[in-house]
Design a protein around this ligand. Structure first.
Ligand code: 5GP
Length: 183
């Protein structure tokens, strides 16, 4: 599978979801993959729109049937993965495809599809990342510690990516992404 596929990754709470949402507002023609996850929905999250919320058994089945392009255990608790068939269909339809996933998944996609463009969204500083995670207020203290631990490891792999965008100002970050994508 080749085509125009961009993997957008980066540490937890860096704002990659926000960057992708803003990109999509300005460019509704881009196709953004909806991941499967075993985690519980947060308030306001809609099944099939934000994620496909599945049970552990359903996730096992997706893995066993080779239905995922990549998957990862995130923060040591929940599994997240990219359903392969919709990505294939979007590529076949000539769409510009975006995967917003964490770094372990980004590595797997790069291995399976060497032509993908990989973009790492980095926080301006480590403190900013911490503040954002606290400000989001959706995690307990234990969950937050766990996420910060994950983020520390994730920051170390930025150099593996084709491009790095520092998410200091949302508008500027989106503009850089638009330029990279040639939109
Ligand atoms: P959250 O629970 O905050 O929505 O997402 C947790 C992390 O999982 C984020 O870093 C997000 O990018 C990542 N993630 C979301 N979907 C996928 C996916 O399909 N595969 C992988 N590997 N990571 C994902």
């Amino acid at each position: 599978m080749s085509g125009d596929v961009t993997v957008i990754s980066g540490p937890t709470a860096v704002g990659k979801g926000t960057v992708v949402r803003a990109l999509r507002e300005g460019h509704p023609d881009v196709w953004v993959s909806v991941s499967a996850t075993t985690r519980d929905p947060r308030p306001g999250e809609v099944d099939g729109e934000h994620y496909l919320f599945v049970s552990g058994a359903e996730f096992d089945e997706l893995v066993a049937s080779d239905g995922l392009l990549e998957w990862a255990l995130v923060h040591g608790t929940d599994r997240y993965g990219t359903p392969a068939a919709p990505v294939r269909a979007a590529v076949a339809a000539g769409r510009r495809v975006i995967l917003e996933i964490e770094v372990q998944g980004a590595r797997q996609v790069k291995r399976r599809m060497p032509d993908v463009r990989t973009v790492f969204i980095a926080p301006p500083t480590w403190d900013t990342l911490k503040q954002r995670l606290v400000a989001r207020g959706t995690e307990t203290a234990a969950q937050m510690d766990r996420r910060l631990q994950t983020a520390e490891g994730e920051l170390a792999v930025a150099a593996e990516f084709d491009h790095i965008i520092v998410n200091d100002d949302l508008g500027a970050a989106v503009e850089q992404l638009v330029e990279l994508l040639g939109l």
